[in-house]
Design a binder for this molecule. Structure first.
Ligand SMILES: O=C(O)CCC(=O)C(=O)O
Length: 374
């Protein structure tokens, strides 16, 4: 039998009912059950959606392109005006930047990546305690992108959990690994403070300086929502057929993402996919849908996706920040004027977002598109 025929034979076996129910337990479990030599059918993307290796579509032409780097320490010093300008350019042109020289210690960062990896190393019996498809659960372990809706599954397992206010949510978090709550509690608090400092700078970069409005928004952010997502992408035997995450944008104001040393994150830039080179201990920060709405379209919530690879597993941790879940997000009155800059988005709230994602197939930036006023 030719290798191709052998692979096809294995793929058709994958589609038994037993295999299908196994998918819900995640990709890690799938890989542990047996030596996976091919990607099961359920994970194979239509040709047009596969991560292509063709030079004209890949990032090869943009090899030297780096995301803008924002030095947090400089932002707090005498060069703040220049750094605010770089921040504005990054949010307008890329929707992404890397944040270095921030105040979170290497130890806190390393421990967060480490404990996330150890969570996914736990036996399935331990992880299964947190598996639910209830989007309202404070802690949710799952797989793929939108597990119940994806026609094609993604090569990714995740743990999502709410973080703020910490005393409300920490008692729901996993008790294993034993240091999970301590390590993640510290990390969650520190990333929240970093988010607040970056958000304040972003408001300033948007020209929202009038003390009253800025302070009001900042007070809302202090009470705001924080959700953490730890992602685990096992090595994949045929990475050209599938993705760790499909192209998507994030719902909140800002996402602070930590990636380990394995590359995989790609950002759409000028219609091309550009790989984000991991910088040790840096955060990849991106504009979310809410900030695009709040800035009346000035700052861009940009599509990104995750590639997998044949050799190494990869861990990333995203911290998503927004206003409190019961708040409405709308374009800032400071950034709207009827003549030159009319309001471009409808007001939106979290319940509308949840209702939308629960009733639609996940597809790129559809939610944000649905909020646009034409
Ligand atoms: O794993 C990554 O690098 C990106 C994760 C991501 O896009 C997300 O959690 O929304």
């Amino acid at each position: 039998m030719s290798p191709a025929m052998a692979l096809n034979e294995q793929r058709s076996k994958d589609d038994t009912a037993e295999e299908k129910s196994g998918y819900e337990k995640g990709v890690k479990h799938l890989c542990e059950k047996g030596h996976i030599r091919s990607v099961p059918k359920k994970y194979i993307l239509p040709v047009a959606d596969r991560p292509t290796k063709r030079v004209e579509d890949s990032n090869a032409l943009n090899q030297n392109l780096q995301l803008p780097i924002i030095d947090f320490a400089e932002l707090l010093g005498p060069n703040r005006p220049q750094v605010l300008q770089s921040l504005a350019n990054a949010c307008q042109q890329y929707g992404f930047f890397q944040l270095v020289n921030h105040c979170i210690s290497d130890d806190v960062i390393r421990s967060m990546i480490d404990v996330s990896g150890r969570f996914f190393d736990l036996p399935l019996e331990e992880r299964v305690k947190y598996m639910t498809t209830d989007m309202g659960a404070p802690v949710r372990c799952g797989t793929s992108f939108s597990q119940t809706k994806d026609k094609v599954l993604c090569w990714r397992d995740f743990l999502k959990f709410l973080c703020h206010p910490l005393p409300d949510f920490l008692p729901h978090w996993p008790v294993s690994p034993v240091d999970f709550r301590k390590v993640v509690g510290t990390y969650a608090e520190e990333t929240r403070h970093l988010f607040l400092a970056v958000m304040e700078a972003i408001l300033e970069s948007l020209g929202i300086m009038e003390k009253e409005e800025e302070e009001n928004v900042m007070k809302e952010f202090e009470k705001g929502s924080q959700m953490m997502v730890a992602n685990f992408y096992p090595p994949c035997p045929e990475p050209e057929l599938t993705l760790g995450m499909p192209p998507h944008s994030d719902y909140g104001f800002l996402t602070l993402l930590l990636q380990d040393e394995v590359e995989g994150l790609q950002v759409q830039y000028q219609d091309k996919w550009v790989t984000v080179q991991p910088i040790p201990n840096a955060f990849v920060v991106n504009v979310g849908d809410h900030l695009e709405i709040y800035s009346n379209g000035k700052y861009k919530s940009v599509l990104h996706r995750v590639m997998v690879n044949e050799v190494k597993s990869r861990v990333s941790v995203a911290s998503l920040h927004s206003l409190p879940f019961n708040c409405t997000v709308k374009p800032s009155p400071k950034l709207v004027d009827d003549e030159a800059n009319p309001k471009r988005y409808m007001d939106t709230d979290f319940a509308t977002f949840l209702a939308y994602v629960s009733s639609h197939e996940p597809n790129k930036k559809d939610f944000l598109e649905s909020r646009k006023l034409h």
